[in-house]
Design a protein around this ligand. Structure first.
Ligand SMILES: Cc1cc2nc3c(=O)[nH]c(=O)nc-3n(C[C@H](O)[C@H](O)[C@H](O)COP(=O)(O)O)c2cc1C
Length: 186
């Protein structure tokens, strides 16, 4: 009798295991631009928390040096669409996409703009993050939200950081709150 019960249980268990192994798990992608490393730090911490893949946006335009700094500000103000290197990963393969970068004069960077306008993100669960020195990141994240195709007036969870908040303990708390907000967002 015991053998029969064991056999029946095994017959039920095997299809269940096969089924669960073939269901694709919800995939998360963190896409970011970072000129001086702050958003890279945040993106890596997010990738760790969300068990996500990472895609760094590379702007082909020179963005280092004093002159380039001023040009970067002008490009952000005039809403330039950056010339970025091809992506290594395909956003279409992901259910959730977290997009981030620095605020430049209260705007998103040309690289992030290029990603947002060139990718159809409708139907994706989106989260936005970014950093600034003192002021402007909230405006930049609002601008990003407005560019997301198919978003309408939808609000996305955001993680807006000032550089002083990038210390381990504060950052962990803020990322935890962002993580919870993402669980409840559509
Ligand atoms: C062109 C340019 C414009 C910027 N404008 C602002 C700004 O308006 N307000 C602010 O607080 N920080 C501003 N910053 C600072 C960056 O937003 C901040 O250092 C950010 O954390 C950098 O992120 P990253 O290291 O990932 O590039 C600006 C930086 C650059 C290069």
């Amino acid at each position: 009798m015991k053998k029969i019960i064991a056999l029946v249980l095994l017959c039920l268990l095997i299809p269940l295991l096969v089924y669960s192994a073939t269901i694709p798990s919800k995939r998360v992608l963190v896409v970011y631009y970072s000129r001086t490393g702050h958003n890279q730090l945040v993106a890596e911490a997010l990738a760790n928390k969300f068990n996500a893949d990472l895609e760094r946006l590379i702007d082909r335009k020179k963005r280092t040096g004093l002159f380039a700094f001023f040009i970067a500000g002008k490009d952000a103000n005039t809403k330039q669409i950056g010339n970025i290197e091809p992506l290594k990963l395909n956003p279409k393969d992901y259910d959730t996409i977290l997009i981030g970068g620095p605020a430049w004069n209260g705007h998103i960077t040309p690289a992030v703009r290029a990603f947002l306008v060139r990718n159809d993100l409708s139907g994706k669960k989106i989260g936005l993050f970014g950093s600034c020195h003192f002021i402007g990141v909230e405006d930049a994240l609002k601008e990003a939200a407005g560019l997301i195709y198919g978003a309408g007036n939808k609000k996305f969870p955001t993680l807006a950081l000032k550089e002083e908040e990038l210390k381990q303990e504060t950052l962990t708390k803020k990322i935890d709150a962002f993580y919870s907000a993402m669980q409840y967002s559509e």
